[in-house]
Design a binder for this molecule. Structure first.
Ligand code: 5AD
Ligand code: SF4
Ligand code: FES
Length: 324
């Protein structure tokens, strides 16, 4: 693979690229949506739904904090109840207090109203991830039910609101979707650029047997090609946006054991070790073959350090690693 351009604020003095860690906590798999590709869609009755209690979440935060991960990502399905909003608000404040405000908090809890986004921002979240999934309006329509809960425009508006409020805003897409064309992928890259996003998390689409999109699996590129395409997208995006944060998506590792390390070599600079307790992981299966399902969080922790070591990069311990 060719050399990627240097990411100037993300290098140490010896010129080795820095990789930032974000401990991923999948704190609830309840979701009101029915995205056709996703294993935890509301319509999938085979999923046992959970909400991690606060003390378990704080324990995961503690693991991140003690191991000097600069930040955590709190991810869940999409819910809009007042209770959920209040719960997340409370949780953010607790985490801020617990870590003396030192741990950066990224939220990934779907589309919410401006008010909710603002409340969470004021409670201490400073980054938000909301994947556009595809920048193509027509492809988006094929991947989601045609109703008011799944509107492309609402997603765009949500992204703009996040930016206006002041969040460092991340988005992303799936790569290798059925019906997706090379033009669609090029449009995705231009979309990131036009939106001037701070972070991108994009990874291969991987089929899940309990989802409606599964019946189009014969249209998919073989795993090796889908991996290659995903790595190519990361390399292209790094050229296009040298200073943003690009995540090495977990889904890459479902296609190849070293998929995430390959993403780092291609230009990704964010790695998200999974800190979700082992007992919940099988219930947060967005796609088949999701890696680390049986692993304890600490095993992922050690594994991640050696994985990053193999790429010749170094870990930015204790750093938020925000785009300048
Ligand atoms: N394959 C790959 N990624 C998926 N996601 C959901 N389902 C799948 C799948 N089958 C991604 C979506 C979502 C993120 C949380 O997980 O992009 O935004
Ligand atoms: Fe819910 Fe997100 Fe899955 Fe869609 S992709 S069903 S919003 S968890
Ligand atoms: Fe989970 Fe290696 S990253 S065990």
């Amino acid at each position: 693979m060719e050399d990627i351009p240097s990411i100037d604020n993300h290098q140490n003095t010896s010129g080795r690229r820095k990789i930032f860690l974000r401990g991923l906590i999948e704190f609830s798999n309840r979701c009101r949506k029915n995205c056709y590709y996703c294993g935890i869609r509301a319509g999938n009755r085979r999923v046992e739904r959970y909400d991690m209690p606060d003390d378990e979440i704080l324990q995961a935060v503690d693991t991140a904090w003690r191991n000097r991960y600069g930040s955590i990502v709190l991810q869940s399905g999409e819910r809009n109840s007042a209770q959920f909003t209040a719960r997340v608000t409370r949780l953010l404040k607790k985490i801020k207090t617990y870590t003396n405000g030192e741990t950066g908090i990224t939220l990934a809890c779907g589309e919410q109203s401006v008010d909710v986004y603002r409340r969470w921002f004021e409670a201490g979240a400073h980054r938000y991830l909301l994947r556009i999934e595809t920048a193509s309006r027509s492809l988006y329509a094929r991947l989601h039910p045609d109703n008011a809960t799944h509107r492309f425009d609402a997603r765009l508006t949500a992204l703009r609101n996040l930016k206006d409020i002041g969040y460092l805003t991340g988005t992303g897409v799936m790569i290798g979707l059925p019906f997706q064309t090379a033009d669609d992928l090029a449009a995705d890259l231009l979309f990131f650029q036009k939106m001037d996003v701070d972070m991108v998390g994009m990874g291969p689409y991987i089929e899940h047997s309990d989802t409606p999109l599964y019946r189009y699996r014969h249209m998919l590129l073989p795993p090796a090609r889908r991996l290659e395409l995903s790595l190519q997208m990361i390399a292209d995006l790094r050229r296009l946006m040298p200073h943003i944060n690009i995540a090495a998506a977990t889904a890459l590792q479902a296609l190849h054991p070293t998929g995430r390390e390959q993403a780092i070599r291609a230009g990704a600079n964010v790695f998200m070790p999974n800190l979700t307790p082992a007992k919940y992981r099988a219930q947060y299966r967005l796609y088949d073959n999701k890696p680390c399902l049986d692993e304890a969080p600490l095993r992922c922790h050690h594994c991640v350090a050696s994985r990053i070591g193999m790429t010749g990069c170094e870990i930015g311990y204790g750093e938020w690693g925000d785009r300048r």
